[in-house]
Design a binder for this molecule. Sequence first.
Ligand code: GDP
Length: 428
Amino acid sequence: MSVTAIVGANWGDEGKGKMVDIMAAEADMVVRFQGGSNAGHTIINDYGKFALHLLPAGVFYPHTVNMLGPGVALNVHAFTKELDILKERGVPTPDIRISDRAQLVMPYHLLLDEYEENRRGAQAFGSTRQGIAPFYADKYSKVGVQVADLKYPDRMKRQIEGALATKNVLFEHLYHQPSLSADTLVDEMLEAAQGILPFVDDTVTLIHDALSDGKHILLEGQLGALRDPDHGIYPYPTSSSPLAGFASVGAGIPPSAIQQVLTVTKAYSSCVGTGPFVTELQDPEAQELRNRGGDAGEYGATTGRPRRVGWFDVVATRYGCRIQGATEVVLTNLDVLGYLDTIPVCVAYETGSERTESFPPPAQLDQAKPVLTSLPGWRQDVAEVRTFQDLPAQAQQYVLQLEEWIGIPITWIGVGPRRDQIIQREKA
Ligand code: GDP
């Protein structure tokens, strides 16, 4: 039995998708355990470049079972669209299973997200407007609709009526928008859901059988530790927990089953969306790093929004690795820093007159200033390097120094966006 979680240490967009794509070659199952179509993984492999939002990143391998677990927010339109794109681009039909306990993102979740962000105006949360916050609010208010309810329209209608009882009041009187009818929504959802029915399964039984058979299972996280509602940059987290600890809940396996937690971080920082970001750079330094980062500059895979960028943040990353329970760290995008003579790194925060190396609560983060130190750059293209020893000495030193500060072994190093642009290092 071997279960590995691949999760983010920071604000998301760390390069998890590429890592799942690499590791799925030897996995039997890849499982999404939270979130929905509100974030994207960029994957560049033999079939081309893809932005996956809802589908697990194992869909490129016919031998891998790809599971959307009970913790996922399932938008049936987004699911069908993504699957169609794979088909059009020549990817063999993947084996996908959707949990009968996953819940459905309803049309009113998307509307509410949109209306509320518009109402907040300058105070908007920076939502991707995929309905995720209203979806999870309904789930925990017990008016959500489970995938299994699609076979029980009366039950589904009761849940929708429960959700609409308050939403229609808001639609009409707060947002001045048309109210919705439960009957129409039931019909709409039954029709839209036709495309997902062949994939619906009892995933809890499937995954437990896989555990008993000693299969290799990957748990694929979305976003990163700093977007966790409890541990992150509240009130700018995502609405479900992206932590490896939650993977056990959202996938339906015992916490003790997860032995490996690969925590992904970039060799610098990037953050799409709103919220405190202590090492954030301003132009022209930001523009330079943004244009060089990722596979085609740092622009969001779901939204296309320019990502905010900054120097590597040891305080945030060590904290992110701790709350993820990292057993190993994947450091991506090392190649991007090859243009710098010296590389600033944030080793502490100053909050007023205090200096701290611990990640403070969000109220203090707003005032925090980075304490920077500089490491020597290597001024070289490392995109074709495949062993740690072949990296320039300064690049090796950069990795070793970050490893010491984070306190977790860095076992994989990304030197480019392609599947093959990776260096594997033995644990020290
Ligand atoms: P995810 O959501 O964590 O999977 O990350 P995203 O796919 O949203 O963002 C990561 C970005 O970095 C994408 O543009 C990837 O193609 C790119 N990427 C991943 N690893 C590397 C790397 O080692 N070097 C470079 N240059 N780009 C990388």
